[in-house]
Design a protein around this ligand. Sequence first.
Ligand SMILES: [Zn+2]
Length: 464
Amino acid sequence: MSQPPLASFGPPQNAHAHIQLVSVMRRIPVALALWLASILTPLAADTLHIIHTNDFHAHIQANKTDAGAARIAAFASQVRRESGAVLMLDAGDAISGTPVSSIFEGEPIFELMNLMGYDVGLLGNHEFDHGIEKIGTFLDIATFPLLSANAKNASGGLIADAPYWLGDLGDISVGVIGLTTPDTPSLTTPRGNEGIAVLAINEVLPDLINTLRPKVDVLILLTHLGHDNELELAKAFPSVDLIIGGHSHTLVAHPVKVGTTWVAQADHYGKHVGLITLDVDPNAEGRAVRSLSGGLVSADELTALDPEVDALVNHYESQVAERVNQTITHSTRAYSSDELQPILEHMLKVALQADLGFYNRGGIRDSLPEGPISARMIWNIEPFGNSLVRLNIKGSDLLILLSQEQKLHHAADSIDPDQRYDLATNSFIGSHAKLAFGDSVTLQDTGLMIRDVLISHIKDRGLP
Ligand SMILES: [Zn+2]
């Protein structure tokens, strides 16, 4: 290999040609095969290919923008056929986002991921959506390890299969360390997750790097921390070769180089799949990774379908079809997730005849198109199965709650800190408010599913 030694860090030599190829293949799917052929050196002992996804959120069905499980599987098979060492990684939040995941509590997603060929997965925050007992079921179903070095149960034990994965791919030894966002306890339902702790990265990572770095040619962090945090991590731990990230749903068109470490993330919902190629010299004195190139392949370029995965997707989809495919109204316009926030809040307020409705923006997981609106679309907006709760809360506490929103909440200006309010919200917000404010709030759970409340409101009154 005539690659420059690793010490001379600059853009990879083929970066420009690579970008051109990628922009060409965005227009011509046929070019995908050519691109693959150009970067996949058949059976080269010193080349490692990494396929990666993150924040798939159970988007197992193909549609206009999402590749779907069967097309990602066919892509992975194609890469494996055309090259030697391939590692397929998922960076967490594989579940929660569609009716199949909600109704079957995430389990089908891991069955599908087995067939799709994943080698290593990660616990994101959403893997905790059904409580840690259910994570035990996920670990049983998955035939590949699910990692997290920093997620601990109430007795301080590891929740995941393992903190890291070690393996040899041809002559190349690889280590993958899994890290879950420390924000998980505040991002997930407290029910079923009592006593969990997700440790700060600095509490676990330095020791793991000291242990693994001397043993491997390629050291990868598989992380669910968000792109900005992952860039910071690259700065702080320069002996890491590559960070495969997730959580912020960021489209990172090409891996970003920070010092001596590359940082990648592949969008979300299977809209893109990441493919990275590393040239590795296992006999090198210092760092074995000599160069890295790669980028994202978009869903519309993935046309082949894996029949076995497709059959399993259809098996599960057919079981939920009757329940979710009914049209509940016609919309004369499209609504973004941001636009939906006050609309959904109004629906909750009406349902409880409360003073105010509050629907956290982060809990609105999809937008609505113009045209027929199906119940499925509401399930995709609220995949979590939260219930409608009434929260009696002091204005000053409510302002703290609203200040957690990324953008200033539209109701914040009209809240009197000294007044008490009857708030209609979801059980996620309700349970966190109870944890934060204790006896100064009263919480009453109606037991009604938020999505059922929204569906019946829209059926009766349509969209504004
Ligand atoms: Zn996440």
